[in-house]
Design a protein around this ligand. Structure first.
Ligand SMILES: Cc1cc2nc3c(=O)[nH]c(=O)nc-3n(C[C@H](O)[C@H](O)[C@H](O)COP(=O)(O)OP(=O)(O)OC[C@H]3O[C@@H](n4cnc5c(N)ncnc54)[C@H](O)[C@@H]3O)c2cc1C
Length: 412
């Protein structure tokens, strides 16, 4: 059997090892925590997720993997359907078209502008989310809806994000149907996410531990600093953030330089608990605060018992230079502003200086160049820096990579 080294024990590296366990003799190297950004801390009676909160049930590969390894995901309760935006006041995000028309989430003129979408010509070329959304749906929609959405998913801003890299399905609908609304009517799709939020009873680490226990591989806690450490292997997969891959591959100057072009946004996760905090729901996304949003974990999943605040992102990158105490102060003030809750009885923080890759303008072209260069030296790249940041994307991409490595046809 050929020897395969997988560097990076996050969900990308571990699911790849699982899918290939019968085809290679595998060693997985991890420098910190197994699970990477999918890691749960238990402090007293609180479960605090350092990163991933959960995943949507609209990606069959994740659910199939759960079944194969014998773990049952739990569905977020009904509270998760209530989502809020903070725009100087709390506004519940309407889920039905009629509620949207009645809500004060946007002005009358802003809502009227949405109707023009049917008649805006498609533009099938690279552009930012800001350009796309303003062109198709108007400035107010971009400001009130896309700014919080980009903060919540990518910790980024519409102007810094490539539409085709971050929302490839929407860009495709525009090009195929000439309009988003026309396409959604034909496809019988609304603007809401198509899956339901799931996690695990004891957090994301429960899934990671189960996945490891069902995978035949050598799990080694070691940092790989240079590719020469892996000389004894037939194949190498780097399932690490792209800036880490750049360090490991520093002797390949061109590839290393390309990898360093992928920017990462910093995010601090601050956990709190209060005697009383409202609203009861999934959480709140903000439009201009340094805290991008609040996740009301305790209202949607069992055992969590606290809430978490995401601070920083591309909106406030200076977060990475502040002390933990200062960041907790910022988060505390923002929670008070958005919910009126004061004096938390518990607080906790996890700083990710490089939390999430930013899919900037030209991302897809850059990825093509990176993959071409990597192929020349027979190195395989995996992980969330390239073709999707969600937990679901990571599993689906590892499944497809495993098929390629087994020389099987990729089935979409
Ligand atoms: C704060 C936050 C919240 C998120 N929330 C969600 C969410 O709710 N839902 C969702 O779908 N997605 C979410 N995401 C995105 C999702 O977590 C990630 O995209 C996914 O977990 C990334 O997995 P990965 O294996 O590709 O990378 P990582 O999890 O980053 O794993 C890479 C691993 O490689 C290790 N490593 C790095 N360098 C080396 C080296 N030199 N040698 C050995 N090991 C090394 C690291 O320690 C790490 O464990 C969130 C991300 C963050 C940061």
């Amino acid at each position: 059997m050929q020897k395969l080294a997988i560097v990076g024990g996050g969900v990308s590296g571990l699911s790849l090892a699982y899918y290939l366990q019968n085809d290679y003799e595998i060693t997985v190297f991890e420098k910190e925590n197994w699970g990477g950004k999918a890691y749960t801390q238990k402090i007293d009676n609180y479960l605090m997720e350092e990163g991933v909160n959960g995943f949507l049930s609209n990606s069959p590969k994740t659910l199939e993997l759960c079944e194969e390894i014998g773990i049952k995901p739990i569905k977020a309760n009904e509270n998760a359907k209530k989502r809020f935006i903070f725009d100087d006041k709390l506004i519940e995000i309407p889920t039905k078209p009629l509620d949207f028309i009645k809500s004060d989430i946007m002005s009358f003129n802003g809502k009227l502008r949405l109707l023009k979408e049917f008649f805006v010509k498609p533009k099938c070329e690279e552009e930012s989310v800001e350009e796309f959304a303003t062109r198709r749906l108007g400035k107010e929609f971009t400001q009130k809806m896309m700014v919080p959405m980009l903060a919540g998913i990518y910790a980024s801003t519409p102007s810094k994000t490539s539409m085709s890299a971050a929302f490839p399905k929407l860009k495709k609908i525009e090009c195929e149907y000439g309009s988003l609304f026309k396409g959604m009517i034909k496809l019988k799709r609304g603007g809401q996410p198509t899956g339901e939020l799931h996690s695990f009873e004891y957090g994301m680490s429960q899934f990671i531990e189960q996945l490891k226990s069902k995978t035949k591989a050598n799990f080694v806690n070691e940092e790989i600093k240079d590719i020469s450490q892996l000389n004894g292997f037939d194949k190498v997969v780097l399932a690490v953030p792209s800036y880490e891959a750049a360090k490991i591959l520093k002797r390949y100057e061109k590839l290393s330089k390309l990898l360093r072009q992928i920017d990462y946004n910093p995010v601090a996760i601050v956990g709190f608990d209060y005697e009383e905090i409202k609203p009861i729901g999934f959480g709140i996304l903000s439009i201009k605060e340094k805290s991008l949003g609040i996740l009301m974990d305790k209202y949607i999943f069992p055992n969590r018992n606290g809430i978490r605040v995401m601070v920083g992102g591309a909106r406030y990158p200076n977060i990475k230079n502040l002390s933990e105490d200062k960041i907790i102060e910022i988060a505390k003030k923002d929670v008070e502003k958005m919910t009126n809750a004061k004096n938390p009885k518990f607080s906790w923080i996890k700083m990710h200086k490089n939390a999430i890759p930013n899919y900037s303008l030209g991302h897809q072209k850059l990825i093509e160049e990176i993959f071409d260069e990597a192929k020349k030296i027979d190195i395989i790249l995996a992980g969330n820096a390239y073709k999707g940041v969600s937990f679901n994307d990571c599993i689906k991409n590892s499944f497809e990579l495993a098929k390629e490595l087994k020389n099987e046809k990729i089935v979409n």
